[in-house]
Design a protein around this ligand. Structure first.
Ligand code: OSB
Ligand code: MG
Length: 369
C-alpha cells in the first residue's frame, strides 16, 4: 500500500536566468507546486508546473493547491492505492485539474520506485539509456538576440531548436534563422496564436523546412487543425488540444496532427502519459516530451518518461542550466556535449532533491498529515 503519513504542498517561485516569452506573455520567474509524500522513512516527489496565471491552461499553482487539499488528498486518504496506476480511477470524479492530479501521482510513482529500489524509468518500461535534448527558445526583443541564443544552444549540443512564434514574430524571424542556420533541426510553437483566417499566412511556413509547427490554432480545437493540416505540408504537432489518450486517438483519427507533444502534467500524470504514448505508437505517430519550465523535480520525471521507446524525437527536456542558476536537484540535469541526457540508474527519480534549496524558494507551504 502507498499510504503516505505526511504530505507537503510546496509553492515555489524560481527566478529564471533569462525571461521566457510566448504568444501568451512573458515571465521572469516560474511558479510551481512540489508535492512531497513521506512513508516508511522514504520520500517521493512530484510537481504541478501550473505557473502563476491561467494562461497556458486553466490551472494555476493556487488551483492545484486547492484541488489537492480539498479533494484529491482526502480521496487518497479515504482510499489508499496499492499502485499509482489506480490514481486515474480514484480521481475520476474530479473533472479536469489534470496538473493537480499529475503532481500527486508523480510523487506516488517516485515513492514506489524508491521503495522497490528501482529507477522510475524501469518501472515505466523505458529502454533508453540516454534521451535526446532539444531547447525551446522564447520571443526576444530583437531578432538578433534570438539568433545569438540559437547559436549558443547549438554550440552546447542541443539536437533541435524550437522557437516561439506569434503574428508579427514569425515569417521574418524564421527567414533570418534559416539564413543563419540553414540545416539545424528547427520547429515553431505558436501556443494558439492563430485562427483559420490566417490559413494563407500559415501555409507560408512550409518554406522553412520545419520539423513541425506546434499548436497553431485554438487551445481546445481539433477540427480547424484538421483543415489546416490538410492544406499544409509541414506536420502539425498538438500540445494544448490533447488532454488524454482519447483526445490523441481522436486527433490522429481525424488527421488533425501527425505528431503529439506529451506533457505528463497536461494529461493528468504518468499513467495517462504512457497510455497516450501507446495510442500514438499503435497509430505510428511520433511523440516527444514537452515541458512547462519545470524545476528539477518535474524535469527528472520528464527524463524518466522520455525513456519509453515511442519518444523518437528530441523533447523540450533541457538542462537545468538552461533555466536556473541553481536547480533544486543534485546533480543538476545535465545535457552532454552530444545533446543527450543520461537516464539515471539510481532508485526513484535518480536525482536527490535538496530540501534546503526547496525551502529557499518556497513562498507558501501546506502540510497535510
Ligand atoms: O507550449 O510547450 C509550450 C513553456 C511554458 C508553457 C508552454 C510551453 C513552454 C515551452 C517550454 O515551450 C518548454 C520547457 O523548456 O520546459
Ligand atoms: Mg507548446
Amino acid at each position: 500500500m502507498l499510504r503516505p503519513h505526511r504530505l507537503d504542498l510546496l509553492h515555489l517561485r524560481l527566478p529564471l536566468l533569462h525571461f521566457f516569452e510566448t504568444s501568451f506573455g512573458r515571465v521572469d520567474a516560474q511558479e510551481t507546486l512540489l508535492v512531497r509524500v513521506e512513508a516508511d522513512g522514504l520520500v517521493g516527489w512530484g510537481e504541478c508546473p501550473a505557473s502563476a496565471g491561467p494562461f497556458y491552461s486553466s490551472e494555476t499553482v493556487v488551483t492545484c493547491r486547492y484541488v489537492l487539499r480539498e479533494f484529491l488528498v482526502p480521496l487518497l486518504r479515504a482510499h489508499p492505492v496499492s499502485d499509482p496506476t489506480e490514481c486515474g480511477a480514484l480521481f475520476r470524479g474530479v473533472r479536469g485539474h489534470r496538473m493537480a492530479k499529475a503532481g500527486l501521482e508523480m510523487a506516488l510513482w517516485d515513492l514506489r520506485a524508491r521503495r522497490e529500489g528501482r529507477p522510475l524509468s524501469a518501472l515505466y518500461g523505458g529502454n533508453r539509456k540516454r534521451i535526446e535534448s532539444g531547447v525551446s527558445l522564447g520571443i526576444e526583443d530583437r531578432v538578433e538576440d534570438l539568433l545569438a541564443r540559437v547559436g549558443e544552444f547549438i554550440a552546447r549540443g542541443y539536437r533541435r531548436i524550437k522557437v516561439k512564434i506569434k503574428p508579427g514574430w514569425d515569417l521574418a524571424v524564421l527567414e533570418s534563422l534559416r539564413e543563419r542556420f540553414p540545416d539545424v533541426p528547427l520547429m515553431a510553437d505558436a501556443n494558439s496564436a492563430y485562427t483559420l483566417d490566417d490559413l494563407a499566412h500559415l501555409k507560408r511556413l512550409d518554406a522553412f523546412r520545419l520539423m513541425m509547427v506546434e499548436q497553431p490554432l485554438a487551445y481546445e480545437d481539433i477540427v480547424d487543425h484538421r483543415r489546416l493540416q490538410a492544406e499544409m505540408a509541414t506536420p502539425i504537432c498538438l500540445d494544448e488540444s490533447i488532454h488524454s489518450a482519447d483526445d490523441a486517438r481522436r486527433a490522429l483519427e481525424l488527421g488533425s496532427c501527425r505528431i503529439i507533444n506529451i506533457k505528463q502534467a497536461r494529461v493528468g500524470g504518468p499513467t495517462e502519459a504512457r497510455r497516450l504514448h501507446d495510442v500514438c505508437a499503435r497509430a505510428g505517430a511520433p511523440v516527444w516530451c514537452g515541458g512547462l519550465l519545470e524545476s528539477g523535480v518535474g524535469r527528472a520525471h520528464n527524463v524518466a518518461i522520455s525513456s519509453l521507446p515511442g519518444f523518437t524525437l528530441p523533447g523540450d527536456v533541457s538542462g537545468s542550466d538552461r533555466y536556473w542558476k541553481e536547480d533544486v536537484v543534485e546533480p543538476p540535469v545535465l545535457v552532454a556535449p552530444d545533446g543527450t541526457i543520461q537516464v539515471p540508474t539510481g532508485p526513484g527519480l535518480g536525482y536527490e532533491v535538496v530540501e534546503e534549496r526547496v525551502a529557499r524558494w518556497t513562498v507558501a507551504k501546506e502540510t497535510l498529515e
